[in-house]
Design a protein around this ligand. Structure first.
Ligand code: SAM
Length: 270
């Protein structure tokens, strides 16, 4: 599809000329909701970071295991911020397969992600999507959809999966996460994954590449990511590379879990 061709599902508000994190990720996962600029960006990213595609898949696999863990722990409501473009094994599919009463609110800043989510959820009255920004928690927590789908007196899971590395410190991600955590009932979970700066030089190259997109990458170290869990109890095995988080089999971890590039953890609000 040429960058100037606007398919019928693409909202007018979207910028087709600039690559975007949601659509680059969709391309890496083999999806079709991306444009020429996103694909060119992703190919450039793959030359700098050949493991980017497997990192995206391993992240998605972590998300699936974490959602199953949460449902197993009694959670029936999910707030998924930075949810991305729907792809195989979405949160509501995994959760509602285990218990159809599960409710999911998806949130993303990217219009294509929200549009696709809305189309997919047309006939599902227990899941919905809104366009909003993580760093404006009140616009999400006080939205009509949040009031309809989520009960803040009951435990829930807040999913911030592979998205905080697009939110720079100056935008206030630590304060925003603390605000969500304070709104959640005791027994709630924070499910989080985050890209890690492994090699300074390469992180700089990738950071420069992302400057072309409205979602610029932020390099954080392991210790910085741990700060997001302040006041929460990290459950076993703690903050680890995505394939190391409760793998289904030892083979899934492989010899180089660090090539997953993304760390992941799940914590409980006491
Ligand atoms: C790499 S995708 C991750 C999608 C999904 N969470 C997953 O792990 O499969 C990152 C998503 O975060 C979204 N995003 C980036 N910054 C955001 C913000 N400040 N508020 C809400 N969503 C944001 C992007 O639009 C993109 O869809």
């Amino acid at each position: 599809m040429a960058s100037t061709e606007r398919p019928s599902w693409a909202p007018d508000a979207i910028d087709l000329e600039r690559p975007n994190a949601a659509r680059i990720y969709d391309y890496l996962l083999g999806g079709a909701a991306n444009f020429a600029q996103d694909r060119a960006f992703a190919e450039q990213l793959l030359t700098m970071m050949p493991e980017a595609r497997s990192a995206a898949r391993l992240n998605r696999a972590f998300l699936r295991r974490a959602v199953r863990f949460c449902v197993g722990a009694g959670i029936r409501q999910f707030l998924d911020v930075g949810s991305g473009i729907p792809t195989a094994g979405n949160v509501h599919e995994i959760a509602q397969r285990m218990d159809p009463s599960c409710r999911v609110l998806y949130v993303d800043t990217e219009p294509v992600a929200v549009k696709h989510s809305e189309l997919m959820l047309r006939d599902n009255d227990r899941a919905a999507a809104i366009r909003a920004d993580l760093v404006d928690p009140d616009s999400i927590l006080n939205s009509d959809l949040a009031r309809r789908l989520l009960d803040f007196d009951e435990p829930m899971a807040l999913l911030l999966v592979s998205m905080l590395h697009f939110v720079p410190d100056e935008a206030g991600p630590f304060e925003a996460v603390a605000r969500y955590v304070s709104a959640m009932a005791s027994g709630s979970y924070l499910v989080l994954s985050h890209g890690i700066e492994i090699a300074r030089e390469r992180a700089d190259q990738v950071g420069k590449l992302y400057e072309q997109s409205p979602t610029r990458g932020v390099g954080r170290r392991f210790e910085d990511v741990e700060r997001f869990f302040t006041g929460l109890e990290l459950i076993e095995p703690g903050l680890v590379w995505t394939p190391q988080w409760r793998p289904e089999s030892p083979e899934d971890v492989g010899d180089h879990p660090e090539s997953a590039v993304i760390v992941a953890g799940v914590a409980r609000k006491p």
